[in-house]
Design a protein around this ligand. Sequence first.
Ligand code: NAP
Length: 281
Amino acid sequence: MNIGIVGLGLIGGSLGLDFRTLGHQVLGVSRKPQTCELALQRGAVDQASPDLALLSTAEIIFICTPLGAMQKTVQQLIPHLGTEAIVTDVGSVKASVADALHPLWPRFLGGHPMSGTEAAGIEAAQSQLFQGNAYVLTPMDETPIEIILIVETLVQSLGGTVYKCTPAEHDRAVAWISHLPAIASTTLIAACLTEPDADVLKLAQALASSGFRDTSRVGGGNPELTRMMAQYNRDALLQSLSAYRHTLDQLTQMIEQGDWDMLTAQCIQTQQVRPQFMLPP
Ligand code: NAP
């Protein structure tokens, strides 16, 4: 296929690398000429330009910009699109994106690859990023079925497992497993910095090992991404944060009251249910 990608960063660049390996023709558009140049050098695109007119022959276009730039990007893209072109996006939030993009282009289908790293930019793009991971599609009632089938087939060719749900269901689910962890992990690192004794803080930093690495990883990731998640999935995130604060209060109370049996019971329960969040997609 003739595939267009707008926003040649971690996700856009990684899609380009895999689509080219699969034999597709990849046309890339990014804001900065040097990003286009790097994408060409890295083999993520066949052609690249800051000019959206490059995508006039694309059969499907993946919008891979930050969430805040998607609406404007699609508005600017529309004059260059063929009538049959499909537009999809990779944004980490779906309801606000669907509300903004669906009215602009009837052949739009929202998507979200559940893949990423803490790095950003075309330098961070990597092959097989989507292999073995979930990829959510959020069709609306009026989304043409052939579009869903085309995007689904492309996602499966990347090694992704397709899940379909409404944009609102997506946003509630990812608030729990992606956006709440990003805030909790940020809070964890920020709380450590409140240690008043500089020597103790230095010692803690020296002693930090796999446990801290695992629990702090997403809090040390791309700040722009976390900000956009919070901004565009605010309601669902606030609901999950409220439940998190309540649970933290309950555990704090158990520790204050020395209720070690209750604390153990809670930890046994979480130990038992954690594997249910680690199932292969
Ligand atoms: P990224 O590495 O920062 O890449 C985004 C690219 O978009 C940048 O390389 C930049 O290219 C371009 N861009 C930045 N601001 C722009 C603007 N105002 N207008 C047009 N283009 C702009 O970010 P990413 O991690 O790939 O994320 C891209 C999208 O994927 C986001 O919507 C995010 O929600 C979603 N997503 C991310 C992850 C993840 O873990 N990272 C996972 C799933 C989905 P230039 O250098 O040319 O400016």
